[in-house]
Design a protein around this ligand. Structure first.
Ligand SMILES: [Zn+2]
Length: 371
Protein backbone atom coordinates (compact mmCIF):
# COMPACT_ATOMS: atom_id res chain seq x y z
CA UNK A 1 0.00 0.00 0.00
CA UNK A 2 2.48 2.59 1.17
CA UNK A 3 4.95 1.31 -1.44
CA UNK A 4 2.38 1.83 -4.18
CA UNK A 5 1.79 5.41 -3.04
CA UNK A 6 5.53 6.03 -2.87
CA UNK A 7 6.02 4.57 -6.36
CA UNK A 8 3.17 6.65 -7.79
CA UNK A 9 4.43 10.01 -6.54
CA UNK A 10 8.02 9.12 -7.43
CA UNK A 11 6.96 8.39 -11.04
CA UNK A 12 4.85 11.57 -11.12
CA UNK A 13 7.64 13.95 -10.07
CA UNK A 14 10.33 11.90 -11.81
CA UNK A 15 8.75 12.23 -15.24
CA UNK A 16 8.71 16.03 -15.08
CA UNK A 17 12.05 17.08 -16.59
CA UNK A 18 11.75 20.53 -15.08
CA UNK A 19 12.23 18.70 -11.79
CA UNK A 20 14.33 15.58 -12.43
CA UNK A 21 17.16 14.81 -14.86
CA UNK A 22 18.80 11.37 -15.20
CA UNK A 23 19.14 9.59 -11.84
CA UNK A 24 18.78 12.78 -9.78
CA UNK A 25 16.54 13.10 -6.72
CA UNK A 26 15.10 10.55 -4.34
CA UNK A 27 11.99 9.76 -2.33
CA UNK A 28 10.98 7.85 0.78
CA UNK A 29 8.01 6.80 2.87
CA UNK A 30 7.87 5.61 6.49
CA UNK A 31 5.79 2.94 8.13
CA UNK A 32 6.67 2.92 11.82
CA UNK A 33 10.28 1.84 12.21
CA UNK A 34 10.54 0.86 8.53
CA UNK A 35 11.46 3.35 5.82
CA UNK A 36 11.33 2.62 2.10
CA UNK A 37 13.87 4.68 0.19
CA UNK A 38 14.93 4.84 -3.45
CA UNK A 39 17.79 2.49 -4.28
CA UNK A 40 20.90 4.12 -5.73
CA UNK A 41 21.05 3.86 -9.52
CA UNK A 42 17.27 3.74 -10.06
CA UNK A 43 15.38 6.59 -11.72
CA UNK A 44 12.29 8.21 -10.20
CA UNK A 45 10.46 8.34 -13.55
CA UNK A 46 10.53 4.58 -14.03
CA UNK A 47 11.01 3.20 -10.51
CA UNK A 48 8.80 0.25 -9.49
CA UNK A 49 8.04 -0.92 -5.90
CA UNK A 50 11.02 -3.25 -6.26
CA UNK A 51 13.33 -0.22 -6.74
CA UNK A 52 12.97 0.83 -3.11
CA UNK A 53 15.01 -0.54 -0.22
CA UNK A 54 13.37 -1.30 3.14
CA UNK A 55 15.46 0.15 5.95
CA UNK A 56 15.50 -0.22 9.73
CA UNK A 57 15.23 3.36 11.04
CA UNK A 58 16.61 2.53 14.48
CA UNK A 59 19.79 1.25 12.84
CA UNK A 60 19.99 4.34 10.65
CA UNK A 61 19.70 6.56 13.75
CA UNK A 62 22.61 4.68 15.35
CA UNK A 63 24.96 5.88 12.60
CA UNK A 64 24.52 9.46 13.81
CA UNK A 65 25.94 8.80 17.27
CA UNK A 66 28.72 6.47 16.15
CA UNK A 67 32.34 7.65 15.90
CA UNK A 68 33.65 7.33 12.32
CA UNK A 69 37.17 8.01 11.02
CA UNK A 70 37.86 11.62 10.00
CA UNK A 71 39.54 10.64 6.76
CA UNK A 72 37.05 10.79 3.87
CA UNK A 73 37.56 7.38 2.25
CA UNK A 74 37.73 5.45 5.53
CA UNK A 75 34.64 7.23 6.89
CA UNK A 76 32.57 6.80 3.72
CA UNK A 77 33.29 3.09 3.41
CA UNK A 78 32.46 2.52 7.10
CA UNK A 79 29.21 4.47 6.69
CA UNK A 80 28.34 2.57 3.52
CA UNK A 81 28.82 -0.75 5.37
CA UNK A 82 26.52 0.44 8.18
CA UNK A 83 23.94 1.66 5.67
CA UNK A 84 23.93 -1.76 4.05
CA UNK A 85 23.60 -3.36 7.48
CA UNK A 86 20.56 -1.19 8.19
CA UNK A 87 18.65 -2.85 5.35
CA UNK A 88 15.85 -5.20 6.39
CA UNK A 89 16.42 -8.88 5.48
CA UNK A 90 15.60 -9.88 1.90
CA UNK A 91 16.69 -6.67 0.15
CA UNK A 92 19.14 -8.50 -2.10
CA UNK A 93 21.95 -6.36 -3.47
CA UNK A 94 19.92 -3.14 -3.56
CA UNK A 95 21.94 -0.20 -2.33
CA UNK A 96 20.09 2.55 -0.44
CA UNK A 97 20.36 6.14 -1.68
CA UNK A 98 23.32 8.10 -0.24
CA UNK A 99 20.79 10.45 1.32
CA UNK A 100 19.02 7.66 3.26
CA UNK A 101 19.98 8.81 6.77
CA UNK A 102 18.76 12.33 6.00
CA UNK A 103 15.40 10.97 4.76
CA UNK A 104 15.02 9.07 8.02
CA UNK A 105 15.71 12.20 10.10
CA UNK A 106 12.44 13.79 8.95
CA UNK A 107 9.66 12.69 11.25
CA UNK A 108 7.02 13.17 8.53
CA UNK A 109 5.77 10.13 6.64
CA UNK A 110 6.73 11.25 3.11
CA UNK A 111 9.91 12.90 1.87
CA UNK A 112 10.68 14.22 -1.62
CA UNK A 113 14.18 15.35 -2.56
CA UNK A 114 14.83 17.01 -5.93
CA UNK A 115 17.46 19.07 -7.76
CA UNK A 116 15.28 21.32 -10.01
CA UNK A 117 17.13 23.91 -12.14
CA UNK A 118 14.93 26.70 -10.82
CA UNK A 119 15.55 25.80 -7.18
CA UNK A 120 19.27 25.45 -7.84
CA UNK A 121 19.29 28.82 -9.60
CA UNK A 122 18.73 30.09 -6.08
CA UNK A 123 20.77 27.57 -4.07
CA UNK A 124 23.77 28.08 -6.41
CA UNK A 125 23.68 31.87 -6.20
CA UNK A 126 25.56 34.44 -4.16
CA UNK A 127 22.50 35.75 -2.37
CA UNK A 128 20.54 32.50 -2.22
CA UNK A 129 19.98 32.34 1.49
CA UNK A 130 18.81 35.94 1.81
CA UNK A 131 16.62 35.59 -1.28
CA UNK A 132 14.96 32.45 0.13
CA UNK A 133 14.32 34.22 3.43
CA UNK A 134 12.59 37.00 1.55
CA UNK A 135 10.61 34.78 -0.80
CA UNK A 136 9.44 31.81 1.29
CA UNK A 137 6.52 32.47 3.59
CA UNK A 138 7.11 29.56 5.93
CA UNK A 139 10.22 28.87 8.02
CA UNK A 140 12.81 26.60 6.44
CA UNK A 141 16.34 25.36 7.00
CA UNK A 142 19.24 26.48 4.80
CA UNK A 143 22.32 24.25 4.73
CA UNK A 144 25.57 25.70 3.37
CA UNK A 145 27.43 23.63 0.77
CA UNK A 146 28.96 20.57 2.41
CA UNK A 147 30.03 17.04 1.59
CA UNK A 148 26.93 15.00 0.68
CA UNK A 149 26.13 11.74 2.47
CA UNK A 150 27.23 11.38 6.07
CA UNK A 151 28.52 14.92 6.68
CA UNK A 152 25.28 16.41 5.33
CA UNK A 153 23.19 14.06 7.50
CA UNK A 154 25.07 15.07 10.65
CA UNK A 155 24.55 18.78 9.95
CA UNK A 156 20.86 18.23 9.19
CA UNK A 157 20.34 16.17 12.35
CA UNK A 158 21.42 19.19 14.43
CA UNK A 159 19.53 21.71 12.32
CA UNK A 160 16.26 19.75 12.29
CA UNK A 161 16.41 19.28 16.08
CA UNK A 162 17.11 22.99 16.59
CA UNK A 163 14.24 23.94 14.28
CA UNK A 164 11.79 21.75 16.21
CA UNK A 165 12.96 23.15 19.56
CA UNK A 166 12.60 26.73 18.34
CA UNK A 167 9.32 26.51 16.42
CA UNK A 168 7.57 23.58 18.12
CA UNK A 169 6.92 21.80 14.81
CA UNK A 170 9.00 19.69 12.43
CA UNK A 171 10.71 21.43 9.51
CA UNK A 172 8.99 20.92 6.14
CA UNK A 173 11.49 22.54 3.76
CA UNK A 174 15.28 22.18 3.68
CA UNK A 175 17.29 24.04 1.04
CA UNK A 176 20.75 22.68 0.37
CA UNK A 177 23.26 25.10 -1.12
CA UNK A 178 24.75 23.77 -4.41
CA UNK A 179 22.51 20.73 -4.24
CA UNK A 180 18.68 21.00 -4.12
CA UNK A 181 15.62 20.84 -1.88
CA UNK A 182 13.93 18.46 0.57
CA UNK A 183 10.21 18.71 1.36
CA UNK A 184 8.54 16.54 4.00
CA UNK A 185 4.86 16.02 4.76
CA UNK A 186 2.40 13.65 6.41
CA UNK A 187 0.50 13.42 3.11
CA UNK A 188 1.44 13.03 -0.56
CA UNK A 189 -0.68 16.09 -1.41
CA UNK A 190 1.23 18.01 1.24
CA UNK A 191 4.49 17.30 -0.62
CA UNK A 192 3.04 18.81 -3.79
CA UNK A 193 1.82 21.90 -1.97
CA UNK A 194 5.22 22.50 -0.39
CA UNK A 195 7.10 21.96 -3.65
CA UNK A 196 4.73 24.24 -5.57
CA UNK A 197 5.11 26.92 -2.94
CA UNK A 198 8.91 26.80 -3.30
CA UNK A 199 8.81 26.78 -7.11
CA UNK A 200 6.17 29.52 -7.42
CA UNK A 201 7.89 31.88 -4.99
CA UNK A 202 11.29 31.45 -6.69
CA UNK A 203 9.76 31.73 -10.17
CA UNK A 204 8.13 35.04 -9.24
CA UNK A 205 11.56 36.53 -8.51
CA UNK A 206 13.24 35.42 -11.77
CA UNK A 207 14.18 38.38 -13.98
CA UNK A 208 15.57 36.41 -16.95
CA UNK A 209 14.34 33.06 -18.26
CA UNK A 210 17.00 31.07 -20.15
CA UNK A 211 16.36 30.69 -23.90
CA UNK A 212 16.85 27.23 -25.41
CA UNK A 213 15.55 28.01 -28.89
CA UNK A 214 18.11 27.55 -31.68
CA UNK A 215 20.35 30.57 -32.06
CA UNK A 216 22.39 32.05 -34.93
CA UNK A 217 25.25 29.57 -35.02
CA UNK A 218 28.17 29.25 -37.42
CA UNK A 219 27.19 26.09 -39.34
CA UNK A 220 30.42 25.85 -41.30
CA UNK A 221 32.54 26.06 -38.16
CA UNK A 222 30.29 23.53 -36.42
CA UNK A 223 30.81 21.02 -39.28
CA UNK A 224 34.57 21.39 -38.92
CA UNK A 225 34.27 20.90 -35.14
CA UNK A 226 32.31 17.65 -35.70
CA UNK A 227 35.17 16.38 -37.88
CA UNK A 228 37.81 17.48 -35.36
CA UNK A 229 35.95 15.77 -32.49
CA UNK A 230 35.56 12.49 -34.47
CA UNK A 231 39.27 12.54 -35.24
CA UNK A 232 40.12 12.74 -31.53
CA UNK A 233 37.37 10.63 -29.93
CA UNK A 234 36.98 8.11 -32.76
CA UNK A 235 34.37 7.68 -35.50
CA UNK A 236 32.04 5.78 -33.15
CA UNK A 237 31.70 8.56 -30.57
CA UNK A 238 28.24 10.09 -30.15
CA UNK A 239 28.05 13.88 -30.35
CA UNK A 240 25.07 15.92 -29.15
CA UNK A 241 25.33 19.41 -30.60
CA UNK A 242 23.55 22.29 -28.83
CA UNK A 243 23.46 25.63 -30.67
CA UNK A 244 20.78 27.21 -28.44
CA UNK A 245 20.64 30.93 -27.78
CA UNK A 246 21.74 30.16 -24.23
CA UNK A 247 24.66 27.93 -25.32
CA UNK A 248 25.83 30.58 -27.80
CA UNK A 249 25.63 33.23 -25.09
CA UNK A 250 27.85 31.27 -22.70
CA UNK A 251 30.21 30.19 -25.53
CA UNK A 252 30.81 33.72 -26.75
CA UNK A 253 33.94 34.48 -24.69
CA UNK A 254 36.16 32.51 -22.27
CA UNK A 255 34.85 34.68 -19.42
CA UNK A 256 31.22 33.93 -20.27
CA UNK A 257 32.04 30.20 -20.53
CA UNK A 258 33.79 30.27 -17.15
CA UNK A 259 30.42 31.00 -15.59
CA UNK A 260 29.25 27.48 -16.44
CA UNK A 261 32.53 25.57 -16.50
CA UNK A 262 32.72 24.97 -12.76
CA UNK A 263 30.19 22.47 -11.41
CA UNK A 264 27.18 23.80 -9.49
CA UNK A 265 25.88 20.50 -8.07
CA UNK A 266 26.99 16.85 -7.74
CA UNK A 267 24.86 15.94 -10.81
CA UNK A 268 27.07 18.07 -13.06
CA UNK A 269 30.15 16.19 -11.92
CA UNK A 270 28.49 12.78 -12.24
CA UNK A 271 27.17 13.31 -15.78
CA UNK A 272 29.37 16.08 -17.34
CA UNK A 273 32.60 15.49 -15.36
CA UNK A 274 34.32 18.19 -13.34
CA UNK A 275 36.16 19.91 -16.21
CA UNK A 276 35.18 20.96 -19.73
CA UNK A 277 37.09 22.32 -22.73
CA UNK A 278 36.72 25.73 -24.34
CA UNK A 279 37.94 26.78 -27.79
CA UNK A 280 37.43 29.47 -30.42
CA UNK A 281 37.33 27.16 -33.45
CA UNK A 282 38.05 23.66 -34.80
CA UNK A 283 41.73 24.66 -35.01
CA UNK A 284 42.23 25.11 -31.27
CA UNK A 285 39.72 22.37 -30.28
CA UNK A 286 42.32 19.54 -30.22
CA UNK A 287 44.62 21.60 -27.99
CA UNK A 288 41.79 22.36 -25.54
CA UNK A 289 40.87 18.65 -25.34
CA UNK A 290 44.53 17.65 -24.90
CA UNK A 291 44.95 20.21 -22.10
CA UNK A 292 42.05 18.63 -20.15
CA UNK A 293 43.52 15.17 -20.74
CA UNK A 294 46.94 16.21 -19.47
CA UNK A 295 45.72 18.21 -16.48
CA UNK A 296 42.87 15.99 -15.33
CA UNK A 297 43.44 12.56 -16.88
CA UNK A 298 40.41 12.41 -19.20
CA UNK A 299 39.00 13.88 -22.38
CA UNK A 300 36.13 16.28 -21.61
CA UNK A 301 32.51 15.32 -22.24
CA UNK A 302 31.61 18.95 -22.97
CA UNK A 303 33.43 21.05 -25.57
CA UNK A 304 32.35 24.69 -25.76
CA UNK A 305 33.16 26.53 -29.00
CA UNK A 306 32.67 30.25 -29.54
CA UNK A 307 30.05 30.94 -32.24
CA UNK A 308 28.86 27.30 -32.17
CA UNK A 309 27.55 26.58 -28.66
CA UNK A 310 28.70 23.25 -27.22
CA UNK A 311 29.23 19.59 -28.14
CA UNK A 312 28.52 16.78 -25.65
CA UNK A 313 30.66 13.75 -26.52
CA UNK A 314 30.41 10.22 -25.17
CA UNK A 315 30.76 6.61 -26.25
CA UNK A 316 26.99 6.07 -26.01
CA UNK A 317 23.95 8.04 -27.16
CA UNK A 318 22.55 7.96 -23.63
CA UNK A 319 25.79 9.29 -22.12
CA UNK A 320 26.02 12.06 -24.70
CA UNK A 321 22.37 13.13 -24.32
CA UNK A 322 22.51 13.04 -20.53
CA UNK A 323 25.70 15.13 -20.47
CA UNK A 324 23.95 17.66 -22.73
CA UNK A 325 20.83 17.69 -20.51
CA UNK A 326 22.96 18.34 -17.43
CA UNK A 327 25.04 21.01 -19.14
CA UNK A 328 21.80 22.73 -20.19
CA UNK A 329 20.83 22.48 -16.53
CA UNK A 330 24.09 24.24 -15.54
CA UNK A 331 23.30 27.05 -18.00
CA UNK A 332 19.74 27.33 -16.64
CA UNK A 333 21.13 27.59 -13.13
CA UNK A 334 23.58 30.31 -14.17
CA UNK A 335 20.78 32.21 -15.92
CA UNK A 336 18.37 31.95 -12.96
CA UNK A 337 21.15 32.88 -10.54
CA UNK A 338 21.36 36.29 -12.25
CA UNK A 339 18.17 37.06 -10.32
CA UNK A 340 19.83 36.21 -7.00
CA UNK A 341 23.17 38.04 -7.13
CA UNK A 342 24.92 35.85 -9.70
CA UNK A 343 26.00 32.21 -9.84
CA UNK A 344 28.08 30.51 -7.16
CA UNK A 345 29.80 27.25 -8.19
CA UNK A 346 30.93 24.55 -5.78
CA UNK A 347 34.32 25.01 -4.17
CA UNK A 348 37.15 23.13 -5.87
CA UNK A 349 37.67 21.11 -2.68
CA UNK A 350 34.05 19.93 -2.57
CA UNK A 351 34.03 19.20 -6.31
CA UNK A 352 37.21 17.11 -5.91
CA UNK A 353 35.62 15.16 -3.06
CA UNK A 354 32.53 14.33 -5.13
CA UNK A 355 34.53 13.52 -8.26
CA UNK A 356 36.51 10.94 -6.28
CA UNK A 357 33.64 9.64 -4.19
CA UNK A 358 32.99 5.96 -4.77
CA UNK A 359 29.25 6.38 -4.25
CA UNK A 360 28.93 8.88 -7.08
CA UNK A 361 31.02 6.83 -9.48
CA UNK A 362 28.67 3.94 -8.62
CA UNK A 363 25.74 6.14 -9.65
CA UNK A 364 27.51 6.94 -12.92
CA UNK A 365 28.30 3.28 -13.64
CA UNK A 366 24.72 2.23 -13.02
CA UNK A 367 23.54 4.93 -15.38
CA UNK A 368 25.87 3.56 -18.05
CA UNK A 369 24.70 0.03 -17.33
CA UNK A 370 28.08 -1.19 -16.11
CA UNK A 371 27.19 -2.07 -12.54
ZN1 LIG B 1 20.50 15.10 -3.81
Amino acid sequence: MILDELTAFSNFYGSNEELVLAGGGNTSAKDGNVMYVKASGTQLATITPDGFVAMDRAKLAETLTKAYPNEDDARESAVLADLNNARLPGQGSKRPSVETVLHSLFEQKYVLHLHPSLVNGLTCSRQGRAAAQKLLRRPFIWVDACKPGYVLSKICADELARFKAETGSPCEIVLLQNHGVFVASETVDGLGELLNEVLASFRAAVVREPDFSTGAFDGEKAEKCFAAIRKIYGEDCVITYEPSVEALRFAETPDAAQRVMRPFTPDHIVYCKQYQAYGFCDGCLPGAVQKCLEEHGYRPKIIIISGCGYFAVDETAKGSQTAAALFDDAMKIAAYAESFGGELPMSEELADFIANWEVESYRQKLHEGEA
